[in-house]
Design a protein around this ligand. Structure first.
Ligand code: PMP
Length: 362
């Protein structure tokens, strides 16, 4: 092998030629601001943004009026926590599957945080869904890579409290499974474009009832009119999108979705590595064979040590706590090693990686 083997698609996905070209075409030939002008080029950019919003909506089973462009999952989660105006009497349910980005914006609010129990398989325990005012549901953990039963979790949450606001972190789920917001019945669903092969700096936030919330970020592009000092906001998702949008990223997101729908990561590559690595006595695999990632620790070797050694062989993997401290605490390990795949990987690369790992842990 004389090229880098990239096994960290769960952190961020490689960009395809088509996505790069769609962004470059926009930068070179069609650049202007959106929602700001009436010349032909501005109108073309408005149309491009409108198309992307429609494409994202179709992709999630939503209406374009429910799709808000943010700068990422993290930004969306902070925005939602702010919009909900969580006071001291509110209960926010979270789980140990959460990424720091999903939980901290709520845990740092004034509300009371309760942790939903996981079952023995480390899935959210459907039979122990608590009463909550707000529930954060991680649809797929970035450490364990297993789809959670979101419709059932939402149904149980609404049984306990019909007014619960359910916020779904779909940052990992979106890569591997189809999101269907109708089936999920959540209030918010968020993900980041860079995880599916579009660019960083763009987040997608589904809001079931945009009229029910007020924005927390104010500025240009969201104002309909100001009369006698009173500010009337633009109806629809634009009211949550103050300031100039990440247009270059938006130019690529539709193509990235097209490509993802045709070509999701081949999880047989994960299964192959699982079968091979589970035979090595020093390796302790923490994920299931059918998970979307392979996460493990090595007896007698620090994860950073392993990361440096495999990195020196030109293989990129993720090591550490993956911004998911709670699941690591629950599993009793400070850090793990994660292998994840994307459309860029081949079976030859995977076979070579297995050989290198065998060499390192022998
Ligand atoms: N949630 C999960 C499950 C993730 O994997 C990530 C990215 N590692 C995030 C949230 C945060 O996404 P971003 O950094 O793009 O805002």
């Amino acid at each position: 092998m004389n090229k880098i083997i990239y096994l960290d698609s769960a952190a961020t996905y490689q960009k395809s030629k088509k996505v790069i070209e769609s962004q470059v075409d926009f930068l070179r030939g069609g650049y202007a601001n959106a929602g700001r002008g009436i010349c032909a080029r501005s109108v073309a950019v408005d149309n491009m943004v409108g198309y992307a919003r429609q494409r994202v909506a179709d992709f999630m089973g939503a209406h374009p009026g429910q799709i808000v462009f943010t700068s990422g999952t993290t930004a969306a989660m902070n925005m939602i926590a702010g919009m909900l105006g969580l006071g001291g009497d509110k209960i926010v349910a979270v789980s140990d599957l959460d990424h720091h980005s999903a939980r901290l914006p709520f845990a740092k609010s004034l509300a009371k945080t309760i942790v939903m129990p996981l079952n023995e398989k480390l899935d959210i325990d459907i039979n122990q869904i608590p009463y909550a005012d707000v529930m954060v549901v991680t649809a797929m953990s970035n450490v364990l890579g297993v789809a959670q039963n979101v419709p059932e979790i939402v149904r149980m949450a609404r049984n306990k409290n019909p007014n619960v606001v359910v916020v779904v972190d779909a940052a990992q789920y979106v890569v591997h499974e189809k999101i269907d917001v109708q089936k999920w019945d959540a209030d918010f669903v968020v993900w980041s474009a860079h995880k599916i092969g579009a660019d960083t700096g763009l987040g997608l936030m589904y809001v079931k009832k945009p009229d029910a919330y007020n924005p927390v970020i104010f500025g240009g592009g969201m104002v309909n009119k100001i009369t006698n000092g009173e500010v009337f906001l633009t109806p629809g998702p634009e009211k949550f999108e103050a300031g100039t949008l990440p247009l270059t990223q938006i130019a690529g997101v539709g193509v990235a979705i097209d490509e993802l729908e045709k070509n999701r990561p081949d999880l047989n590559l994960i299964k192959y590595m699982y079968d091979q690595l589970s035979m090595l006595p020093r390796i302790k695999i923490l994920t299931r064979r059918d998970a979307t990632v392979l996460t493990f620790v090595i007896d007698g070797m620090h994860v950073l040590d392993f990361g440096a050694r495999i990195g020196a062989r030109d293989i990129c993997v993720r090591v550490g706590n993956m911004c998911a401290t709670w699941i690591h605490n629950l599993m009793g390990v400070p850090g793990t090693i994660r292998l994840s795949v994307g459309a860029c990987n081949t079976m030859d690369e995977i076979k070579y990686t297995v050989q290198v790992i065998k060499d390192i842990v022998k």
